[in-house]
Design a protein around this ligand. Sequence first.
Ligand SMILES: Cc1ncc(COP(=O)(O)O)c(C=O)c1O
Length: 396
Amino acid sequence: MGLSLSARARGIAPSPTLSIDAKTKAMVSRGEQVINLSVGEPDFQTPPEASLAAVGAIAAGFTKYTAVAGIMELRRRIIRKLEQENGLRYEPDEILVSVGAKHSLFNIMLTLVDLGDEVIIPAPYWVTYPEQVRLAGGVPVILPTDESTGFKVTPGQLKEALGPKTKAVILNSPSNPTGAVYRRAELEALAEVLRPADCYVISDEIYEKLIYGVEHVSIASLDEEIFRKTLVVNGFSKAFSMTGWRLGYTAGPKDVIKAMTSLQSQSTSNPTSIAQKAGVVALDHFDPDVVEEFRARRDYVLERLRGMPYISCAEPEGAFYLFPNVSRLLGGRYRGQTIDTSDRLCELLLEEARVSLVPGSGFGAPNNIRLSYAVSRVDLEIAMERMEAFLGEVER
Ligand SMILES: Cc1ncc(COP(=O)(O)O)c(C=O)c1O
């Protein structure tokens, strides 16, 4: 009572990337040459055309409140994108533009989840999903996956987890942190289990354009039945390198979008007017060279990692992360220090090798570490040299 925080606020787990991030920044500020492979954002620029559109919006005085759900021009452009690229047909009142895809997901959780409702989340998962479910009063139901199924949940696992309390299932393809991409046949198999289930599907497709040699399929496009229960989440952060603009969106059933819009009207209101103008233009300026660059970096790092002792690494097909398995390293020693967990490994890699990576524990995968290749090739080369030298000194 009185001067205390809510149980809700006290229950929020601090982001597992934060302590590594804080340590990395402290080292950098001391002038140490740390290579930061823990970043979750692309290293290329926002399309200049989009930035110019925002400048033009400011100059034209487009700096006031807009419709809560986003300007019609942007919602219509998103509708065109979803139809042309994903085979999905929506009306403007089935689209809600929010302050980043993270905000879209938060709106979804608060709109759908009641106290005690279950939300199924395949692991490894993006750290935010279970926290948002808990913030909404729900219970995350984690389905473990590993390299043996390509980090993909199976229809059998899903069937077993679905129950009367299930409110939604979250799918994230391509995945952060594993880079796994569900093929059409795999989605069909999951859809077969989901169709009769009385629950929503939340499909986070924010990495859809960063995909290497395979096709992105939205589960919502499989048929009308799945379409009607799916909320497609997407945004501008990854494909257009617009992390700072804070722009994302949800497409889904009218009643859900309407309720989410009401919620947004009482929290943030509209996403920033000038960012919306940038978003309209960005959708015309995706740069396919980015995909080629990421693919080349992925191939390079994968080859280097596979040449290192104690490490195995599945080939990711999307996003800009590798998720090597380090279980054979655990229990080993580096200069007298025991590597008992992947958290400890990341600490030692940072302190001793000056390479910053994220331990898998926060993603529900304690045997793995996440490496982002959204940094220059030169930095990747240096990082690989340092990691290799570090591992060369590990005693098992
Ligand atoms: C899987 C996934 N979904 C959603 C987001 C949210 O992106 P934003 O809020 O920047 O649109 C991220 C960002 O890291 C992500 O990795």
